[in-house]
Design a protein around this ligand. Structure first.
Ligand code: AMP
Length: 400
């Protein structure tokens, strides 16, 4: 849905180089979309084994505070994007000061990488969130827990947490001391303390805003997690009420325009029993649940990010199919078989299933190694076929 008429802006010329910070699967798919639209690419990532490296025209392997790497990256990249939040915001600010187009901007990243700033921003926009308290000390934690009504709470480090890391659950005031200590105490402050939300499911809302102000939203995606890591996604989220959809659209418009967003942003939400949404987290980038947009939507979330970065109008987010499912493939599938799974067998047995492997060298439990996608007409078939396809890879040994 477009909210403003386009104005003419300088567009990134084809053959310009687009740079991405971070070399995981999200970066890898961004590079593919950038190539499809005719751009050259450079990826800067600290990890030697970055899956995106093999696809880029230029590769810089160095920490994000390395001055030489900064110089080289900025001498190549005209437009800059990133694929995860845990980046030094100063690096993006310095790129903007050099006149680089950074999408989403350092301002958006700064808010999204700090849970307390994020909550305060959402509150400022009147977007529903769980009641919270910022906490620095054990005394503040105890007071905060009492101020939130002595109800079950979750405490989260304000920065650097992901996939449930850096979090603890507090059920009674007696838990405060041990949970605070287990997270590292005052040394890892500040923390966000918030009420546990009695959600019925988790959904992601992927939105994008162009430089001209056009806002688009993807259909809501239902996400199921296994040990805090995304396991299965279904889109459009089954049995979604029109009221929930309308609220999602309103949240998207408010956030995209309020933040001055240019680029893709994922809003992770809790859906309550009455169908209303509470926002949990913002990720200013494509999202792992949104891999399914590659098969299911007219414009993938990655192409959308390239379009926004380069100053183009956004593409249609319409679904091309009635329904789609995504099954993540975690490292424990590899560990259980002791070797690379037999992909030939999977492709032979499930010709309608799409396989994406990220090219990660070492398979660790809980590590996202690849995913399967199946489009179709009904969720039950999609879910059961994806489950069978995953099982065909090997017996799943769980991990602690
Ligand atoms: P996060 O790192 O904030 O995305 O949290 C990771 C997971 O923890 C979420 O996907 C939820 O399953 C759960 N979680 C986080 N915050 C809450 C909350 N306030 N109430 C209930 N569950 C939560």
């Amino acid at each position: 849905m477009s909210i403003m008429s386009p104005i003419s802006l300088p567009l990134m010329p084809q053959q310009a180089t687009l740079g991405i910070l971070g070399g995981g699967q999200l970066g890898r798919f961004f590079l593919m979309a950038a190539k499809d639209l005719g751009y050259r690419t450079v990826v800067w990532a600290p990890d030697f084994e970055s899956p995106a490296f093999g696809l880029a025209d230029e590769v810089i392997q160095a920490p994000f505070d390395n001055a030489k790497a900064f110089q080289r990256f900025t001498s190549l990249a005209e437009g800059v994007s990133y694929e995860f939040e845990n980046l030094p915001v100063e690096t993006l600010e310095a790129m903007e000061a050099l006149g680089k187009v950074v999408s989403p901007s350092s301002h958006v990243l700064k808010i999204c990488q700090h849970r307390i700033l994020e909550r305060q921003c959402l509150q400022g926009f009147n977007i529903p969130i769980s009641p919270f308290k910022p906490v620095n000390t054990l005394a503040e934690l105890t007071q905060g827990f009492e101020a939130l009504g002595n109800q079950p709470c979750i405490i989260k480090t304000a920065t650097l947490g992901y996939d449930g890391k850096g979090q603890g659950r507090i059920t009674t005031v007696a838990d405060c001391g041990s949970v605070f200590a287990s997270l590292g105490g005052e040394a890892n402050a500040p923390y966000l303390l918030e009420l546990v939300v009695p959600f019925v499911r988790e959904v992601s809302l992927i939105i994008a805003r162009s430089a001209q102000g056009g806002v688009v939203t993807y259909p809501l995606i239902e996400n199921r997690h296994h040990r805090h890591v995304l396991d299965l996604s279904l889109c459009p989220a089954p049995q979604l009420s029109p009221k929930t959809e309308a609220q999602a659209l309103a949240i998207a418009e408010t956030l995209a325009t309020g933040l001055g967003l240019v680029g893709v942003l994922c809003v992770e939400c809790f859906e309550l029993a009455d169908g209303s949404l509470l926002v949990n987290e913002l990720a200013p980038r494509p999202h792992n649940s949104g891999h399914l947009t590659m098969e299911a939507c007219v414009t993938s979330q990655y192409e959308q990010q390239v379009r926004a970065l380069c100053g183009f109008a956004l593409g249609s987010t319409a679904l091309k199919v009635p329904a789609v499912g995504l099954q993540n493939l975690m490292g424990q599938l590899w560990a259980s078989s002791g070797a690379e799974p037999d992909w030939g067998r999977l492709l032979h047995q499930f010709p309608e299933v799409k396989l994406h492997l990220y090219g990660k060298e070492s398979a660790k439990p809980g590590r996202k190694m690849g995913h399967l996608v199946l489009t179709g007409a009904d969720y039950r078939t999609i879910e059961s076929t994806l489950a069978s396809a995953k099982q065909s890879i090997g017996p799943l040994k769980d991990f602690e």
